[in-house]
Design a protein around this ligand. Structure first.
Ligand SMILES: Cc1cc2nc3c(=O)[nH]c(=O)nc-3n(C[C@H](O)[C@H](O)[C@H](O)COP(=O)(O)OP(=O)(O)OC[C@H]3O[C@@H](n4cnc5c(N)ncnc54)[C@H](O)[C@@H]3O)c2cc1C
Length: 464
């Protein structure tokens, strides 16, 4: 008997570890709620996970099997389950964060001691860490070089879900609710979870939006991106299945449409780039990747942090983004860059404050991508934004949300304000602002001043 330990692969299809387990005998599928992981979780992600597990359990039940669900420390739970079910080999798919790798090494030791074989597979990304390196054999720190190699590598096809006769006839367990796990139901609207929903999102995206993605992805009001990030985070769909659909879409495309699909594939490569960065630099969750001569003197300003979190900074595009986060546990990529830049370069607050808030709220929080995105915006990461290139939140809003459609969707106090006034909110007099909107705040900082302060802060850190 084989045991497949589902973790960030909440699916049966295109699952390399599960297929490998099924190739050698009856599989007992298991999910373990680990308190060490729950400690870093947020309500929206727990809800998404619980819903996805419900769907996976139904899939197993339809095939005469079931999902065994436990809560506890995998180091003790897995050897116990192995003894209970007469398991010869425990299989899982790799997770590249430092904490996960430490846990997996400890689980492997516990299984060894119990005389049970264990084996792990690369599944979450196409090209495992260490397989795309510089000519000197080092991991890449510059994305464009990584991308060229990633793009040209052969992409394996999806693997089939196991047949019913490869699944053990076991009786499973109820899936705990959010509150059983110590989380309130999220206030945000969490997207529908599970492989069916992920496949639907992928099919809809590849039907048409993918051909306009290169341009459309920059405009938050257009909803022109795939929405697949929570699916890729929890593995409710396999990366090979996603890529295959994009390759099929590309086969019939030419010119700009072809380039647009290529642009989408390059975002999948960013995801793999950051997974490699995290695998070789586990400290990026807490430390700057880039070393400065002196410590960066971030400010301590709890009031400004609170205004940023609540979407009350008086910078409309920033506030819209932070309120989207609250309402949907999601923020559009362009706006993630804007709010992250505002926190670090206008409020001069440490990127770790922003990262902690995103980790708490995002339904798609992924350690590699979230630290990658934050350190990019804070000019502390791999291939990051240069410290002197500072986003202007007004021109960003004007350029990427010209009619203020996205802003008005999330900031009701500005619904009746003309777009031109929204985009020059900081230039209006307090009296004019009060005339235009009753409750919307004045800007809490002056961008032009803070831009100078930010450059000075980084120059001091550089020792200039
Ligand atoms: C400060 C900051 C924090 C971020 N935090 C996260 C996070 O926690 N989880 C997360 O998945 N992404 C994160 N991103 C990257 C990006 O914003 C999201 O992946 C994207 O907005 C998700 O929407 P989508 O699935 O519609 O993306 P699409 O544009 O449809 O892209 C498809 C997929 O490619 C990957 N991808 C796209 N952009 C990036 C990127 N810049 N870096 C890495 N992978 C990317 C994601 O898996 C995404 O689902 C962050 C970006 C920034 C600037």
């Amino acid at each position: 008997m084989q045991l497949h330990w589902h973790r960030r692969d909440v699916r049966a299809a295109d699952n390399r570890g599960l297929s490998a387990a099924a190739a050698e005998g009856d599989v007992v599928p298991v999910f373990v709620f680990d308190d060490a992981v729950l400690d870093h979780a947020g309500a929206s992600r727990v809800q998404f996970l619980v819903d996805a597990l419900d769907e996976l359990r139904a899939w197993y039940r339809e095939r005469g099997s079931d999902l065994v669900v436990r809560r506890g420390d995998p180091r003790t739970v897995l050897p116990e389950l192995a003894a209970e079910h007469g398991i010869d080999r425990v299989v899982w798919n790799e997770d590249y964060s430092g904490l996960a790798r430490e846990r997996d090494a400890a689980v492997r030791r516990a299984l060894d001691e119990a005389g049970v074989r264990s084996e792990s597979f690369h599944d979450a990304i196409f090209h495992e860490p260490g397989s795309i390196t510089t000519n000197a054999g080092d991991p890449y720190s510059v994305y464009s070089y990584f991308w060229k190699k990633w793009r040209d590598r052969e992409k394996p096809a999806p693997v089939a879900a196991p047949e019913s006769d490869a699944l053990a006839s076991v009786s499973g367990d109820p899936i705990p609710t959010c509150s059983d796990l110590g989380f309130e139901r999220p206030d945000a609207d969490v997207p529908e979870a599970g492989t069916d929903a992920a496949r639907r999102r992928l099919a809809e995206f590849c039907d048409d939006p993918i051909y306009r993605y290169a341009e459309g992805r920059e405009y938050p009001a257009r909803d022109a991106t795939s929405g697949l990030s929570p699916d890729l985070k929890f593995g409710t769909i396999g990366i090979r299945e996603v890529y295959e659909a994009t390759a099929e879409a590309r086969a019939s495309a030419a010119g700009e449409r072809d380039e647009s699909v290529g642009e989408f594939q390059s975002q999948l490569a960013w995801r793999e780039f950051y997974s490699h960065v995290l695998r070789y630099n586990p400290n990026v969750v807490a430390e700057n990747y880039k070393e400065y001569e002196n410590a960066i003197e971030w400010r301590d300003d709890p009031e400004a942090l609170r205004a940023w979190k609540e979407g009350q900074t008086g910078y409309p595009i920033v506030d819209a983004g932070m309120r989207q986060l609250k309402a949907e546990a999601f923020v559009h990529n362009r706006v993630r860059m804007i709010v992250a830049s505002f926190l670090t370069k206008d409020l001069l607050l440490d990127w770790r404050e922003g990262y902690a808030h995103f980790r708490d709220r995002l339904v798609d929080h992924d350690t590699a991508n979230d630290t990658g995105g934050w350190q990019w915006a804070a000019s502390t990461g791999t291939d990051a934004q240069p410290y002197f290139r500072i986003f202007n939140p007004m021109t960003q809003g004007e350029r990427y949300d010209p009619d203020a459609e996205y802003i008005r969707r999330y900031v009701p106090e500005l619904r009746d304000v003309p777009a031109a006034d929204i985009h020059r909110w900081h230039e209006l007099s307090p009296t004019r602002r009060a005339e235009l909107s009753e409750g919307y705040p004045d800007p809490i900082v002056d961008h032009a001043e803070r831009r100078e302060d930010a450059i000075a802060m980084f120059e001091a850190a550089r020792g200039d």
